[in-house]
Design a protein around this ligand. Structure first.
Ligand code: BGC
Length: 444
């Protein structure tokens, strides 16, 4: 059976996602303060080829043409993020009206084209001034974040209804505060646990603030997740897979649902309690209107004596000799089905929306065209898996492709291209790839 947009029903939400630092550029224009990413990219050898997002897709100056392209592609829902340090250059206190003006223009122009905005309030670009005070490791971040959220609702809430509080807390707390491979480049268990706990508090706190200021809002938050499978059925591998599942999929959703942290499988996680105060357990819980699921691959996990804390490691796609993307992730569309099933199984789970999914492949421009059959196939097969989940009664309400434009892929720089639209970073020329044409035909 051929699956079409109609198969999903008329209320199903289709869109594309982006993030401020990855596309906007204009890193110090119109009063914007530096973020931890502006600072991190200037450190030697942190980013592939020492690239940075100073210009990126120059979306800050080109958003009108980009939104017109989006409209031409029949995309009617656009998820983007707000750069906190454009709104509050120091992360607290003074509001930068030029920053407010940019997002007002972006929102108004989207609406005028019939494109509904979905705003992510935090997609990893913490104001540098706050990092100087400890960033996510400082408990006060919850209140700084709360004030910033309130400003966004006050200025944009008259036109924007769909809010995403935080993008993937697991990734920014682990990559940024444990491994040190993302901004701000901190390392170690203590930094990670503190950042994780404060991010978990902030996700619920942000949700509460939005609802208190805008009761008709539609609020969610997003989680990175990967279907986890054990390398073998040996007991050691089964245990390793369970531990990886805690970190990759369960750490942030469970406290949000009021279940507390999943510390049972990983003893060392109990140290997170050091950062908890009275009432935190209650404060971590918040009833979101939807949960944003972001899935790209599956992970196969085996026991490893040498990995501290976990004794578990990922068996890479390369080692397993399976098909991979330019990120070296396994091409495995079925992961989406398993993840939707897993999240749906939580009691009292709100509706699920896939707020990111896509793939990076080597693209090339030939005679003015970009033919990317692998991306077309991947997205089509994932959409089939979403349909399979929906047919089994799973409450999934939307799907957003990551991403609209090729962009700055964090520590990987500009090499991995995830876009439906190709960007020539020298000329800023845009070309709709075959995947973009495919998505347009699907949406039409
Ligand atoms: C992030 C995006 C990122 C994408 C692909 C997600 O983890 O939210 O910012 O570009 O995955 O790596």
């Amino acid at each position: 059976m051929r699956i079409t947009k109609e198969s999903f029903g008329k209320d199903f939400i289709w869109g594309v996602s982006t993030a401020a630092y990855q596309i906007e550029g204009a890193h110090q224009h119109d009063g914007k303060g530096p973020s931890i990413w502006d600072t991190f990219v200037k450190r030697r050898n942190k980013i592939a080829k020492n690239q940075n997002g100073d210009i990126a897709c120059d979306f800050y100056n080109r958003y009108e043409n980009d939104l017109k392209l989006m409209q031409k592609m029949h995309i009617t829902n656009y998820r983007f993020s707000i750069s906190w340090s454009r709104i509050q250059p120091d992360g607290m206190g003074k509001i930068n009206l030029a920053g407010i003006d940019f997002y007002n223009r972006l929102i108004d122009f989207s609406l005028s084209l019939g494109i509904t905005p979905w705003i992510t309030l935090y997609h990893w670009d913490l104001p540098q001034e706050l990092e100087k005070k400890g960033g996510w490791t400082n408990r006060e971040v919850k209140d700084w974040f709360g004030q910033y959220v309130a400003i966004c609702i006050q200025y944009f809430g008259d036109r924007v209804k769909n809010w995403i509080v935080i993008n993937e807390p697991t990734v920014f707390s682990a990559a940024g505060y444990f491994f040190g491979v993302h901004a701000p480049g901190k390392k170690g268990l203590d930094n990670f646990l503190a950042a994780a706990h404060h991010a978990a508090l902030a996700q619920a706190h942000g949700g509460r603030i939005i609802k208190s200021l805008q009761s008709a809002s539609h609020v969610g938050t997003t989680f990175s997740c990967s279907h986890v499978e054990p390398f073998s059925y040996k007991e050691k591998d089964l245990i390793a897979a369970k531990k990886a599942d805690v970190l990759l999929n369960r750490l942030f959703i469970e406290p949000l649902l009021g279940m507390g942290y999943p510390t049972h499988e990983i003893k060392v996680l109990r140290k997170i309690e050091r950062y908890m105060k009275q009432n935190d357990e209650v404060d971590l819980k918040f009833d979101m209107d939807f949960i944003g699921v972001q899935n790209y691959t599956r992970e196969v996990i085996r026991h490893s004596f040498f990995v501290p804390f976990l004794q578990a490691k990922i068996v890479s796609a390369k080692k397993r000799k399976v098909e991979q993307t330019a990120m070296n992730w396994e091409v495995y569309p079925e992961s989406m089905f398993h993840i939707l099933k897993k999240f749906d199984a939580y009691p009292n789970i709100p509706p699920l929306i896939i707020t990111e999914n896509g793939a990076a492949f080597e693209d090339s421009v030939m005679e003015g065209k970009v033919d990317d059959p692998k991306r077309v196939q991947y997205i089509r097969e994932v959409i089939e898996q979403v349909f399979r989940a929906k047919s089994e009664g799973i409450n999934v309400k939307g799907y957003f492709v990551w991403t609209f434009l090729d962009n700055f892929e964090w520590a990987e720089g500009y090499h991995p291209r995830f876009g439906l639209v190709h960007v020539d970073f020298k000329t800023q020329q845009r070309i709709i790839k075959s995947s973009g044409h495919w998505y347009t035909d699907f949406l039409r």
